[in-house]
Design a protein around this ligand. Sequence first.
Ligand code: NCD
Length: 341
Amino acid sequence: MSRAGLLSIEDLGRQGIVEILHLADSFAEVSERSIPKVPALRGKTVATVFFESSTRTRLSFEAAAKRLSADTMTFTAATSSVTKGESLRDTVETIDALGVDVMVVRHGSSGAPAQVARWVEAYVVNAGDGQHEHPTQALLDCFTLREAMARRAGADPVDDLAGVRIAIVGDVRHSRVARSCVLAFRALGARVVLVGPPTLLPPTTEGWGVEVVHDLDTALDEVDVCYLLRLQSERLREALLPSLGEYSERYGLTRERARRLDPDLLVMHPGPMIRGVEIAAEIASSPRSLVTRQVHNGVAVRMAVLFRLLAGDLRAPFPGMPAGAGAVEPAVRVTGGARSG
Ligand code: NCD
């Protein structure tokens, strides 16, 4: 049996997402302390295993592991024996043999983390695989949106995003973030519209449960949130775009477009942002932008994921996987300290 970990938002379902959000609430509180650290995962080891570049995702997982007092290991393909021809299987089996509890895997091929999970003993967390999924990005986006909605309502965060309308704009076709976000936003009750030129939208969206619109201005009139995607230039194999300038004019949140926006419209971006292409610099740093909150909240959300996998040595951590895991009481475990073994 594969005891995989977190490979897709589908491993969680609505109940699993809500559980992670609640746990992340507790860890967000830990992050505000003068010493933002709890001993919850003392004795555990988390390895980040990245075959593609990353700034925020890797640093965020490492910060999360450290705040839970886990040990960390860092593998970067560019400085490893992969450059000497070592295979993916040999590489991850080697890391596994060092005795790690979680491997956080990023890879350019869709499905690579699932394959790794079949080879190793450690839990695998998908930190972005090709054009497939990036589940922890979607979780931190749900957390951030829920926080922003609560702040606006002057109330505590609620569990769902019911009634929230979200436009996901740009290169949806090549975006793993978009796939995970559609699944997560919809699971929490939000309405999602995909916006982009036909060449940058998936060939079919049947079963996605989303609307598709090709005109950004029409979409922006009807949504609460504009979620911009980076153009995945490393995955754009054919000439799918006339020019960056034309793309920006039609699908970028330009300064001119921003002047016409509803003052309440929120803007999100998973980063890295290409300022001047999908987003004007001043919008990225304006009060309507949640970009910094997204990065900030990523640590608490990833603490929640690591904790949910490892605390109590769960073997079936998420709904949808075989039973065997007891309910986790976040408050008790977070403040109660380490469970070694
Ligand atoms: C994304 C990724 O790598 O999938 N970035 C991230 O993890 N925050 C999005 C992107 O590269 O465009």
